[in-house]
Write a protein that binds this ligand. Structure first.
Ligand SMILES: [Zn+2]
Length: 420
């Protein structure tokens, strides 16, 4: 304490002699990393020295709670806007817009113009004078609005996306150059392998180790900066993942109960867009027979956790289930799988002998396996703290608060207290 007092006095005396910019604290830079489908359970049995360091020296949570449904496009958008899906408009990975048609049909799903409101982190930062560099995130670009940040990597079909080394080189150049106050990076794993390999599979373990190495490279880049730079790292994921065994076949359901509907599939949830002229009450009554396996909600009567609103993008009926069940249908199967007798005849709810799925998400936020990793580390963050729960809507306002900026327009979340 005594040393601190002496140092504080010396700093005060030094600053008093230097009016103007030299006396001001350096502008903080925040690096935001979003991994895809990363449950804390995936770290079991994997050496993660860099995530361990984030937890030890920073603030962390095993419960970053996604907005419902716990799907990628929904939560990439919630993460970057701090808005509920009812406000930002990305209500599922698949939906139908009354004007634009099927999500992703007229323009790429990553196009920021699909949003119906709310600023992204980078828009809010740049509006307030903090330049941003954004790599591989959805919403960094729009056909109509162009680049949404000072620096972005080119928007290309995901199959051709720039690899880790390329975007890490660009991000580290942005960090070293000092011109970007916000640097945002997205990586599509462990989700990309965990769907097929499971939460504890060997490929998933390798993906977790690869994610840990990304954090290690950022630590090295931060350590190589000249003294005096104030850096904060914020790391999260869009949702968790869990094993499913049984399917609720929505193709069979439509046939068995004689109704027609387009489906927005979300594994743990699904929306039905009923074709015109059908008796909604009859369909709800028929589906209610399955209440031990899944719940049915009419538009306007969705459960309180489902902040998806009642816009034209939302289906007439919302179905939700719990592990080990998942909604499936012929639209999701290969022609060979769809032609198997077990997927055409027999019960609506069953465990297929030939599986085409393994681990899934899209469930409601009460399902703990949907919760994702969260870490904050560095300038403005207390060491060694564990938060019991972090809401996905609170991440964007927290990042902006760390930058000394106000929340984005229309945001629903609020900044976390990361330093006591
Ligand atoms: Zn995802």
């Amino acid at each position: 304490m005594r040393h601190f007092a002496v140092r504080a006095f010396a700093l005060f005396a030094f600053c008093a002699l230097l009016p103007g910019a030299l006396a001001e604290a350096p502008a903080r830079t925040v690096i935001v990393v979003l991994f895809d489908g990363f449950s804390p359970f995936m770290m079991e049995g994997v050496s993660t020295p860099n995530f361990d360091r984030l937890a030890r020296e920073g603030t962390s949570s095993r419960h970053l709670v996604p907005s419902f449904p716990a799907l990628s496009m929904v939560n990439h958008t919630t993460f970057q806007t701090g808005c509920w899906p009812s406000h930002h408009g990305i209500v599922a990975n698949e939906f139908t817009d009354p004007v634009l048609g099927r999500y992703g049909s007229k323009m790429d799903r990553a196009d920021a113009a699909w949003r119906t409101g709310c600023e992204s982190l980078w828009q809010a930062a740049e509006r307030q004078g903090a330049p941003a560099a954004v790599f591989n995130f959805v919403g960094r670009w729009s056909v109509t609005g162009g680049s949404q940040a000072h620096i972005i990597n080119a928007e290309v079909p995901w199959a051709n996306h720039e690899d880790d080394d390329t975007i890490m080189a660009k991000a580290i150049a942005a960090l070293t150059g000092g011109g970007s106050r916000l640097i945002a990076l997205y990586f599509d794993y462990p989700d990309s392998v965990a769907h097929g390999d499971g939460v504890h599979g060997d490929k998933t373990k390798l993906a977790v180790a690869k994610a840990d190495a990304i954090i290690g490279r950022l630590f090295s880049a931060i350590a190589a900066l000249p003294p005096g730079r104030a850096i904060t790292l914020v790391v999260g994921a869009d949702h968790g993942m869990t094993k499913v065994d049984k399917v609720i076949n929505l193709g069979k359901l439509r046939a068995r109960h004689h109704f027609e509907a387009d489906v927005a599939y979300g594994s743990g949830s699904a929306m039905l867009y009923l074709k015109p002229g059908q008796n909604v009450a009859r369909i709800v009554k028929a589906l209610s027979r399955y209440r031990s396996v899944f719940a049915v909600y009419r538009k306007g009567h969705f459960p309180s956790y489902a902040h998806i609103g009642d816009s034209g993008r939302v289906g007439d009926l919302l179905l939700t289930t719990r592990p080990p069940y998942a909604f499936e249908g012929p639209e999701l199967m290969t022609p060979q799988i769809a032609a198997l007798p077990e997927n055409i005849i027999g019960p609506v709810v069953y465990e297929p002998k030939v599986k085409w799925f393994h681990s899934m998400h899209g469930f409601n936020p009460d399902v703990e396996a949907m919760h994702a990793i969260f870490y904050a580390w560095g300038a403005g963050v207390a060491p060694g703290r564990i938060l019991p729960r972090v809401e996905m809507i609170d991440v964007a306002p927290t990042v902006l608060d760390l930058l000394g900026l106000k929340p984005g327009e229309g945001t629903d979340g609020k900044a976390l207290e990361l330093a006591p």
